[in-house]
Each structure stands twice: as C-alpha cells, then as structure tokens.
Ligand binder design. Sequence first.
Ligand code: MG
Length: 228
Amino acid sequence: MGKVYRTVLFDGDNTLLDFDAAERQAVEKTLAARGFDPTPERVRAYAQINRALWDALYRGEVEQGWLLVERFRRLGKMLESTADPEAWNLEYTDALGECGAMLPGALELLKTLRPHCAIALVTNGQQAVQRKRLRDHPMLPYLDGVFISQELGVRKPEAAFFQTAITALGADPGTTLVVGDDLLSDIQGAVNAGLDSLWYAPHGGDSPLPTYRVRSLEEIPPIVLGTA
Ligand SMILES: [Mg+2]
C-alpha cells in the first residue's frame, strides 16, 4: 500500500477541462467576427502569444490585467488589424465561458475518487470565465470547493493560494495531493506549499519537481487510493 490521499486539488484547464478546445472555439469566433478567416495558423499564433504572456506572469514579470488585453493587441498587430484589443478580450472571455467541455475520462475520474476523498478545483483562470462555465456544470456535484485565484487575491504558484484552499476545506496538508498539467503554476505551487504533486503530462516530458507523473487520467485513482 502506498500513501493514501484524503484531499485532491485539481487544476481546471487542460487537467479536467478541455481548455485547448475552448480556446480554439473562442479565438475562431472572435477572429471571424473581425473579418479574419479563422485558420489553424492564426489560432496557433494566438495560443503562442497567450502562453508566452502567462509564463511571464508566472515569472512575476507582468500583471494579469495588462496581459489579458496585451495578447489581443499583439494578435491584432500581427494581423495588421485596427480592432480594439480591450473589446476583443471581452468578447473572447465571453466565448470562452460558453465552452466547459471536459477532457475524456475527467468526469469518470471524479466519480471514482468521490467516495474516497475531498475534491476541489484550484484555478488561475479568469473569474468571469470560470464562473460562467461552472454554472450547472456536470462536475459540480463532485466538488467540495472551487478556488479561483482572481477571487482570492493570490494565485498559483504562491504557497498562500494552496494554504487558503487547505484551510477552507479543513484538509490535512500531509494527505493532500495537487494534480495539474502545468509545471510552473501547479507543480511548482505544490512544492512551494509543501504538498505532494501529480503532474498530468499527456505529451510526456521530464521534471524532478512532481511527486508523481502520469500520461493519462486513468492512472490517477490508484495513486490517490494508495494501490498503485
Ligand atoms: Mg492547467
């Protein structure tokens, strides 16, 4: 028997939720609204701009409010568009909130774990997007808590973010596991907070940071239940 976890803190985007699909749909919709053919190249260009800015945010180099508009200023510049980046971001955020699709196997994972441990969502995603998405969401009955960084005033990878969640849940840090796809926010955050972590890395990769690494969601229950 391995260690048994009593609380699991799940990241949302690209861990339980299919963020890539939601992002693609939202970018396509807002590109088309501005008269641009929503080609895969343009969607990919946006994703790269956005990713680089979020990485800069995690390194403490930029502010979130600036980032959200800046990504569309950069995309607009690339497309030689005069579209207002602020309005573009608002429209994009709205479209993003409409798509709450889960990754294959994610709901089954929550159902499997539910009888054995407390489950919470810990996300750095925008409050407006996450709240809109979670309204009547099928995963809600399986969650004991939802922690959104914009509402708490601290974000992953800050230790205080995870400590706030643990205190609110009345969880034991020694039997709490952080599960996420992002090394910078989720896994480094767990390390900062002194928690065990599980890196969901469907595309592979290597890092000395996580306690566990899996490539599929199906591998998670045996680790949480200590039967791996
Ligand atoms: Mg994620």
